[in-house]
Design a protein. Structure first.
Length: 157
C-alpha cells in the first residue's frame, strides 16, 4: 500500500512540476513513479505491489476483451432475424471468503453484456446468475470460475 501512495504522490508531484494537472499528466507521472520505484531493489511489500499492478493490468485487458466480445454477441443476436439466445439461470458455486470478493465478482459478471448476477446466498457459497447464451451449463459455470472468479481472487488476495 505504501508503494501505491508513493506512486500517487509522484504522479501529483509530476503534474505540479509540469504546471498543468490533467489526466494525461497524472497518468504520465504515475508511469514515471512506477519506473522510479521499480529501479531500486525493494522490500517484499514493494515486490507485491508490482505483482498486483501487473495482475490489475492483465485483468483490465481480459475484462475489456470479454465485455467487447459479449457486447458484439448480444448486438448480433439483437440485429439478426433469428435469435440464438438460450437463456438460463445457473447456480455458480463460489470459492470466495468475503463480502467484498462476492460483490466485485457479481458486479463484474453483471457488467458483462449477456449476464446478470441475481443473488448470492448468505453464506457466500453460491451466486445465481442469469445468462443469455448457455449451450452447456457445466461449461458456462466452469468458464465463470476459471475466467472471472480465479482472476478476481488473485487480484484481491
Amino acid at each position: 500500500m505504501t508503494s501505491f501512495v508513493h506512486n500517487m504522490l509522484f504522479a501529483i508531484l509530476w503534474a505540479t512540476i509540469v504546471g498543468e494537472v490533467t489526466g494525461l499528466n497524472l497518468l504520465f507521472g504515475f508511469a514515471l513513479g512506477y519506473l522510479a520505484l521499480r529501479i531500486p531493489p525493494g522490500r517484499a511489500a514493494r515486490a507485491r505491489y508490482f505483482e498486483k499492478f501487473r495482475q490489475l493490468l492483465d485483468f483490465t485487458v481480459f475484462f475489456v476483451r470479454e465485455a467487447t466480445l459479449s457486447a458484439l454477441r448480444v448486438a448480433y443476436d439483437v440485429v439478426t432475424p433469428t435469435h440464438h439466445t438460450r437463456p438460463a439461470v445457473l447456480a455458480v458455486p463460489l470459492d470466495t471468503r468475503t463480502d467484498t470478493e462476492v460483490a466485485v465478482l457479481a458486479n463484474l459478471i453483471s457488467l458483462t453484456p449477456g449476464s446478470l448476477s441475481l443473488e448470492a446466498t448468505p453464506d457466500r457459497s453460491t451466486l445465481y446468475v442469469h445468462f443469455m447464451f448457455v449451450d452447456d451449463p457445466d461449461e458456462t459455470i466452469a468458464q465463470v470460475k476459471r475466467d472471472f472468479e480465479r482472476r478476481v481472487l488473485e487480484l484481491l488476495r
